[in-house]
Structure formats: structure tokens, C-alpha cells
Design a protein around this ligand. Structure first.
Ligand code: NAD
Ligand code: MG
Length: 402
């Protein structure tokens, strides 16, 4: 029987790659629901192609969706659900087997959590949701038996390099188990790896969004340029693999051929390699423990020839240490980091602050907002709102008006 898939964030980069794989494996998977926040014309096109039973959109987009759907003769019309509550309902619907969590940012938290609470197979791209909710999400997964599978290429690589039992019996004590001694989290270094500090002051959003190896949404592209993406991924790895932050080492690897590594106490280092294309980790998470084909070209090592590795430059890219510190502090500190970063990235994209002010703002929020125990999702959401307000005031004060 076909597995039924809901794609939260279908119009985005990960959403599109997921749909590409589903098209190639139409005998095994069917699309139950698609959601999108903007780009209604593209969403209608996807509905025409995939015929989902349900579509999730913001209330404010309803008229536009309806008009375009009638122009493009979308028939039958899918059921339309609205806003966050609609996404939460999709993620927990009994007819859904697999949820692709590919919304960007904190907006994905409640829908992703809803999928976890309903015991789904959850393909986790939306790293911000896990950074914010951490142990709360993992304990829900433990309770319901939800399978939380990493789509982020690094975490998927680590998952592939760990013994299977490591993941299925996650330990509570935040130490590496089963002979694992270290996780090596690779980072491309982003588009500004070789710029100096003064050049970084003047980079533009267009330059920041032009990643050398990956084609991604704007927010994660900027995060890759500041290395905050790697900071968020460090926190993501600690939660997913139940490991303390000092067991995770970040390695700059500009070719993005090795997607991360796991070291063992016997001196072994296991790496997962491949051409940089998100279809590989998505297909892996979709079919695990089986393997399904993708159109990604197999690696030709004679073409690759050379793999470089460097330590990160923490002076130039302070984001990594800010994230490490937030993980060390724990509680709501990662939520403060994430919320302030989301506001800062948007302010940078809007031309209101300089690139180097993104991490200035995050650092200030970590200093100004007290972190406390993340005892419930309500607490996390309340801190998220509070930090966004403070961060917007910071932008008003230190950024330019547009
Ligand atoms: P994107 O910007 O291309 O797509 C984001 C999707 O989320 C879109 O469908 C958009 O409509 C939807 N969305 C945006 N704001 C929303 C809101 N407020 N409510 C509901 N839906 C909303 O982003 P992306 O590059 O596909 O990344 C998605 C997630 O996957 C991010 O968390 C990112 O960090 C993670 N990720 C992406 C890649 C990649 O290669 N693109 C790799 C690893 C992890
Ligand atoms: Mg990644």
C-alpha cells in the first residue's frame, strides 16, 4: 500500500526536492497534503500535479488561491485548511503516515510537534523547531514512538555513520555511546569564507544568498553565510544524537563532499559522502531503513581529487560560539538565539542592518534576555515572542529605517 505524505512547506526548496523524489516513486508514495505561505500560483501548480486531498494556506491568501485555482482549472478542489491550526491538523491527521517538516523557522514548531505527538514518521528539515523545543520534542517522540529522522544533510550523514542501535535507543545521559568518541560536523564555510572582517561589513543580501555548493531558501542561505546555520546544527546534533556539545567538532570543508563524520574509540572515522544534493538525505529519511533511488549522480572521486579541511575562524564568524554557549546554558537560551537570529536575518534581507550586525544582535539578546528552564512549549513560545519584540527594538535603534 502507498504511504501517504504531508509536505509542510511544499513550495520551498526542501519541499520541491521532496516532491521530485515522490514523483520518481509514485508507486510507493502519494501526496496527502501540501502547504505554502506565499507563491500561491506555484502551490496551485503543485496541486494540479499531485492532487492532494488537503491544502494548508494562510487565511489572507484564500482569495488569491481560489482565483488561481479556477484559472488553472484545479479539479477536484482540495479541502483547504488555514493558518497554524490548519497545519497542526494536517500533521496529526490519521490518514498521514509521513510528515516532511520543511517550513522555515519557528513557524514550523507547532506543526512539527503535532506530527511528533501523533507518532508519525517525521522527516526533520525544520531545524529551528528542534533547536527551540529540544528535549520537549524528543520526549514526545519517545512517548508516541514517532520516528524523527534527520533530513539536514550533516545529521543525515551522522545518522548513517552511527550504529543503528544508537539512534533507536537514544540514551539520556548526553554522552557518546557504543564506542563513539566524537562527531565531526562539516561546514562549507559559506560564500564569505575567504573575505576579511572589513569586507564582511559591506556584503549584500544577494551575495549572502549565493551559496557556493547548495541551492536553498533565503534564510538558511544567510545562516550559512554567518555560520549560524552550523551553530543551529550543532544544537540540532546534540538533541538528535543525545550528546553534549563538547563532543561535536565543527570542521570547515569547502567542497561539501563529506557531509559529516563519526569517530570511534578504536581510531575509526566514518564519513558519509556524496554530491551536494538534498535529494539524497530526503530519500534516505523517506525510505529508511531501505534505500530508494534518486537522480543524484554517484560521486566520481577522480573528479573530486581533493578534499580540504580547516578549523573555523571564530573571530570572523562569532555565530558558532554563540550557539555553543546557548547549548551549554540550555533551557530557553537556544530559543533566544534562534528568535533573535530570525529577526536579524530578516532585517539584513530588508536592508535594515549590516551583515556583521546579525551576530551583534544575537549576542545582545543572549546577554539581555534571561534564560530559564524550558519546562513547556508555552514557555518556549512566550520567550520566542519576548525576544522577537526586544530584537525588533534593537533593529529600530541600531539599524537604518527603510
Ligand atoms: P524555503 O524558504 O525555500 O521554504 C520554506 C517553506 O516554508 C515554504 O514553503 C514557505 O511557504 C513555508 N513558510 C515560510 N514561512 C512560513 C510560515 N510563517 N508559516 C507556514 N509556512 C511557512 O526554505 P528551505 O530552504 O526549503 O528550508 C526549509 C527548512 O529546511 C529550514 O528550516 C532549513 O533550515 C531546512 N534545511 C534546508 C536545506 C536546503 O537545502 N534548503 C538543507 C537543510 C535544512
Ligand atoms: Mg545542513
Amino acid at each position: 500500500m502507498k504511504q501517504s505524505v504531508a509536505i509542510l512547506g511544499a513550495t520551498g526548496s526542501i519541499g520541491q526536492s521532496t516532491l521530485k523524489i515522490l514523483t520518481e516513486h509514485a508507486d510507493d508514495y502519494q501526496v496527502y497534503a501540501l502547504t505554502g505561505q506565499h507563491r500561491m500560483a506555484e502551490l496551485v501548480d503543485l496541486c494540479v500535479q499531485f492532487q492532494p486531498k488537503v491544502v494548508g494556506i494562510p487565511t489572507g491568501q484564500f482569495n488569491q488561491f481560489k482565483t488561481i485555482a479556477s484559472e488553472k482549472k484545479l479539479s477536484p478542489l482540495p479541502e483547504i485548511v488555514f493558518d497554524e491550526s490548519g497545519l497542526v491538523a494536517i500533521a496529526s491527521h490519521p490518514d498521514v503516515d509521513i510528515v516532511m517538516a520543511a517550513i522555515v523557522g519557528a513557524a514550523g514548531l507547532l506543526p512539527t510537534l503535532s506530527a511528533v505527538k501523533s507518532g508519525k514518521r517525521v522527516l526533520l528539515a525544520n531545524k529551528e523547531a528542534l533547536v527551540m523545543s529540544g528535549d520537549l520534542m524528543l520526549s514526545e517522540a519517545k512517548k508516541t514512538g514517532a520516528l524523527l529522522l534527520p533530513v539536514d544533510s550533516e545529521h543525515n550523514a551522522i545518522f548513517q555513520c552511527l550504529p543503528e542501535s544508537y539512534f533507536s535507543h537514544r540514551h539520556e545521559n548526553k554522552q557518546p555511546q557504543l564506542g563513539v568518541s566524537q562527531i565531526l560536523l562539516t561546514a562549507s564555510g559559506g560564500p564569505f569564507l575567504n573575505l576579511d572582517q572589513t569586507q564582511l561589513e559591506h556584503v549584500t543580501p544577494a551575495q549572502a544568498c549565493k551559496h557556493p555548493n547548495w541551492s536553498m531558501g533565503q534564510k538558511i542561505s544567510v545562516d550559512s553565510a554567518t555560520l549560524m546555520n552550523k551553530g543551529l546544527e550543532l544544537i540540532e546534533a546534540c538533541h538528535l544524537f543525545s550528546i553534549s556539545e563538547h563532543f561535536v567538532t565543527v570542521v570547515i570543508h569547502p567542497q561539501s563532499i563529506i557531509h559529516s563524520m563519526v569517530q570511534y574509540i578504536d581510531g575509526s572515522t566514518l564519513a558519509q559522502m556524496g554530491n551536494p544534493d538534498m535529494c539524497t538525505p530526503i530519500a534516505h529519511a523517506l525510505a529508511w531503513p531501505e534505500r530508494i533511488s534518486t537522480s543524484v549522480q554517484a560521486l566520481n572521486l577522480f573528479d573530486v581529487q581533493k578534499l580540504d579541511f580547516y578549523p573555523p575562524d571564530h573571530e570572523k564568524f562569532p555565530a558558532l560560539n554563540l550557539a555553543r554557549e546557548a547549548m551549554r546554558v540550555g533551557g530557553t537560551a537556544p530559543t533566544i538565539l534562534n528568535a533573535s537570529n530570525e529577526i536579524a536575518v530578516q532585517a539584513f534581507l530588508d536592508g535594515r542592518i549590516k551583515f556583521t550586525q546579525i551576530t551583534d544582535l544575537v549576542e545582545q539578546m543572549l546577554l539581555q534576555v534571561a534564560s530559564h528552564i524550558a519546562d513547556s512549549i508555552e514557555t518556549v513560545l512566550q520567550v520566542d515572542r519576548q525576544v522577537r519584540e526586544c530584537a525588533m527594538q534593537w533593529v529600530e535603534k541600531h539599524g537604518v529605517a527603510v
